[in-house]
Write a protein that binds this ligand. Structure first.
Ligand code: 5GP
Ligand code: MN
Length: 316
C-alpha cells in the first residue's frame, strides 16, 4: 500500500495526531507532512497538533504546526496518526468533517476510525509504519530525521520488545541520510533539564512498592509540578525509570491534571497486559505501555487498577 494512492487527488489535506503528543506522534505527523509537501507540491497541507516540546524544534517545519483548532475547513483528506479519533482532541471535529478520513496507527487498542484504516499493532511505531507506506526514492534527510525520532522514542532507542528486525533495517536506511543521530538520541530522548531531573528524582524517592515488589507506583501532584515549574511534557521518562526497578512487573505513574483527575501511565514487563487495563478505564495503548485518564483520589485509582493487575499476575 502507498499513502499517495489515498491522497493524490486531494486539493486540501489535514494531518493530526493525539493530545499530549509524544515523539512518535510528532515524528510521524512531521514525517508525513514533509513527505506530502514534497510529492504533492500544489496541495494545501495543514497540521493540527498541540504545541510540541521544545526538544522537537530540530525537526524541519515544526513551526508550521497549527495549535488553533477553530477552523471551518472541510478537508478533501485528513490523516489521523498514532491514535483513534477520540484522542485527536480538538482536531476530532475537523477529522470527522473531512471527505476521506485516513487512520494510520500501531496501537492494539485502536479498531480504526477512518474510511481508510491502516492499523498494524506489530509495528514499533507509527513512524515505522509510515515509512513502509512511502515511496522510498522520495524520502530526504528531513523526512528521515522526523521518522527516526518517532522510532527511537517509541522503542526506547531500540530497547523495547516492539523493536523488530524490520525496525532496525528501516533505522539503518534512515541513518544513511547522514543526520547526526547520536545527537538526536541524546537531545530528544535522554537529556533532561535540571528541574525535570529533580522532579523525576522526587517521584522515584516517593514511590511505593506493593504486591511483594511486583508493582510500583508514584504520583506527582499539581502542587509539586507548580513548585518545580514543570508541566506534563516534563514528566516523560518517569514511568520507565520506575519500571527498571529490579523485580517490578508493572509500573504506574500518575500526575494530577485537575482536582480528582489523574493522567495515568503504565508499563509492564510482559506478564501484565496494561493495554487491556487501560481500555477498561477509557484509555488504550500497547501490551507493555499504555495509559488512561482516571477520576477520583490517587488511592482510589490505585485500588481500581491493582485489582486488575493482581488478577492478571495470579493468572499468569
Ligand atoms: P504514555 O504512558 O507514554 O503516555 O503512553 C503509553 C502508550 O499508551 C502510548 O502508546 C500512548 O499513545 C498510549 N496512551 C497513553 N494514554 C492514553 C489514553 O488516554 N488513551 C489511549 N487510547 N492511549 C493512550
Ligand atoms: Mn506511537
Amino acid at each position: 500500500m502507498n499513502i499517495l494512492d489515498e491522497v493524490k487527488d486531494a486539493k486540501t489535506i489535514g494531518i493530526s495526531g493525539h493530545v499530549r503528543p509524544d515523539g512518535d506522534c510528532i515524528g510521524s505527523v512531521m514525517g508525513l507532512y514533509l513527505y506530502l509537501k514534497k510529492v504533492l507540491p500544489g496541495t494545501q497541507i495543514d497540521i493540527y497538533l498541540e504545541k510540541p516540546a521544545d526538544i522537537f524544534n530540530c525537526i524541519r517545519d515544526i513551526d508550521k504546526i497549527c495549535s488553533d483548532f477553530g477552523t471551518d475547513m472541510e478537508y478533501d483528506a485528513f490523516v489521523a496518526l498514532d491514535c483513534n479519533a477520540e484522542r485527536l482532541g480538538d482536531a476530532e471535529p475537523i477529522f470527522n468533517k473531512a471527505h476521506t478520513r485516513i487512520n494510520i496507527d500501531h496501537h492494539i487498542s485502536n479498531t480504526g476510525c477512518g474510511s481508510v484504516n491502516i492499523i498494524e499493532p506489530e509495528r514499533s511505531s507509527t513512524s515505522e509504519l509510515l515509512y513502509e507506506l512511502m515511496d522510498k526514492s522520495r524520502i530526504d534527510e528531513d523526512i528521515a530525521k522526523a521518522l527516526y525520532i518517532g522510532i527511537i522514542h517509541d522503542t526506547g532507542v531500540f530497547q523495547y520488545s516492539n523493536t523488530s528486525p524490520r525496525t532496525l533495517e528501516i533505522a539503518s536506511e534512515l541513518i544513511k541520510f547522514g543526520f547526526d543521530f547520536p545527537k538526536l538520541i541524546s537531545e530528544t530522548f535522554y537529556e533532561k533539564t535540571y528541574l525535570q531531573s529533580q522532579i523525576m528524582g522526587r517521584a522515584i524517592l516517593e514511590s511505593i512498592r506493593f504486591m511483594d515488589g511486583k508493582c510500583i507506583v508514584s504520583v506527582v501532584s499539581k502542587k509539586t509540578m507548580d513548585f518545580y515549574q514543570v508541566g506534563p511534557k516534563d514528566l516523560d521518562g518517569i514511568v520507565n525509570q520506575l519500571m527498571i526497578v529490579k523485580g517490578v512487573e508493572c509500573a504506574i505513574f500518575m500526575y494530577e491534571t485537575d482536582s480528582m483527575e489523574y493522567k495515568v501511565s503504565m508499563r509492564s514487563g510482559g506478564k501484565v497486559d496494561v493495554a487491556a487495563i487501560a481500555v477498561k478505564f477509557g484509555g488504550g495503548g500497547h501490551v507493555r505501555a499504555a495509559g488512561c485518564t482516571m477520576n477520583g483520589t490517587f488511592h482510589d485509582n490505585i485500588n481500581n487498577l491493582s485489582v486488575h493487575i493482581e488478577e492478571q499476575l495470579k493468572k499468569g
